[in-house]
Design a protein around this ligand. Structure first.
Ligand code: UDP
Length: 149
């Protein structure tokens, strides 16, 4: 099964949207393989967003991401990377379809509540940054027989 890294950013946590977002992930059928509530270290935030280091929004993004607790997840399932990006919706909330997390709950690009890896390479890299030293549970769900043929 494919794994992806998902973050409920500080705005999502502060606005009391963790339960709503986790519920959408679970109801879709994706499996939560790991979950960690923490204030992200600056070095991890910089590494996570390294591809944007030269962009004007980078300092503000790092400051925001490290300003308060965020929820890091490893989410698992068939095509988990694509499905999680679709659940999140477009980066800019004005372009995010209703029914997506950003489309339903966000107003501004810099406060778009959620992150999900955009490729298998990014997923492996981001899981290593945020869960590299952690022991990840392995558990079976009986519901999988009703989610996958
Ligand atoms: N971002 C921002 N301003 C911008 C573009 C991006 O604050 O003009 C932030 C926003 O939080 C976004 C993140 O940088 O989610 C990463 O941008 P990317 O284009 O990779 O979007 P994502 O993969 O999060 O949809």
């Amino acid at each position: 099964m494919e794994q992806t890294y998902v973050m409920i950013k500080p705005d999502g946590v502060a606005r009391g949207l963790m339960g709503e977002i986790l519920s959408r992930i679970e109801k879709k059928g994706l499996k939560i393989a790991a979950m960690k509530l923490a204030v992200m270290e600056e070095s991890k935030a910089k590494e996570h967003y390294a591809e944007h280091a030269a962009r004007p929004f980078f300092p503000g993004l790092v400051e925001f991401i490290t300003s308060a607790p965020s929820l890091s997840l490893i989410v698992e399932g068939k095509d988990a990377i694509k499905i999680m990006r679709a659940l999140n919706g477009a980066t800019k909330p004005a372009e995010a379809a209703f029914g997506t997390i950003r489309g339903d709950f966000a107003m501004d690009t810099g406060r778009n509540i959620v992150h999900a890896s955009d490729s298998p390479e990014a997923a492996a890299r981001e899981i290593k940054i945020h869960f590299g030293n952690d022991k990840i549970l392995s558990y079976k769900r009986s519901v999988d027989a009703y989610l996958y043929e």
